[in-house]
Design a protein around this ligand. Sequence first.
Ligand code: GSH
Length: 263
Amino acid sequence: MSTENQQKNQKEYHKQATGEALRTVQRRSSEQQLKLFGACFCPFVQRVWISLEVKGLDYQYIEVDPYKKPKLLIDINPRGLVPALKHGEWGCHESNVLLEYLEDITEQHPLLPTDPKSRADSRLWVDHINRNIIPGFYRLLQAQEMGKQTEFAQELKMEIAKIVDAADADGPFFLGPDLRFVDVSFAPWMIRLSRVLGTYRGWPAAAEDSRFGKWLKAIEEHEAVKKTTSDHKLYLDSYERYAENRPNTSQVANAVNSGRGLP
Ligand SMILES: N[C@@H](CCC(=O)N[C@@H](CS)C(=O)NCC(=O)O)C(=O)O
């Protein structure tokens, strides 16, 4: 921590996973053809990480600091964002592209349905998550004025209500009893609603008997989600810079502040 941060007692983002996620990092530290370059706090990384775990693939997890942009990250993604994936000599990035790649290379545990129309529907809801829910999450977290916070909380609730309405009536997951593509894409932000928005913006817990409450519980209890989730403190600390809207927090935060699309 820099002297300036120590003086202000500001918390910094973590550079190593904790809790269950740390145990997974340790289990996944040996050399493999498939390598996930991630950062422990990053929800975009967690998407890919969950998919790797669900599919039971052999992979190596490598923690990198995307704000320091080490060469090994830039070599795969010139924009220096995590997640990045290497498979042999080939590398690629963008969480959604990587989720699709993992679908393409594995037969076991497919996350997308088989019927083309249902696949398109799933992709449409992932688009809703990317276009409306994720930006809404950061807008609310970065808003400093009470009026704006109330407005953005309302907007985020509306966008979440749309996907909950589209979900299978019995669930508990989006398409029914199993965790699939839409769940994986949404899960990292679902678990950050209580951990991050609950603390910093008073986001209310979902009623346990509501459809969303049931979905959240199933996500929280899923093995692959648990294995890729750190202790609460890691998220609290890592997101303080967003909640205070500190200058140059990240490319995501800058995009939200300037009204541009997310990186
Ligand atoms: N669209 C990208 C977004 C990835 C992203 O924003 N990752 C953040 C960490 S959560 C990052 O690498 N930030 C580095 C920076 O802001 O310079 C994806 O879906 O993979």
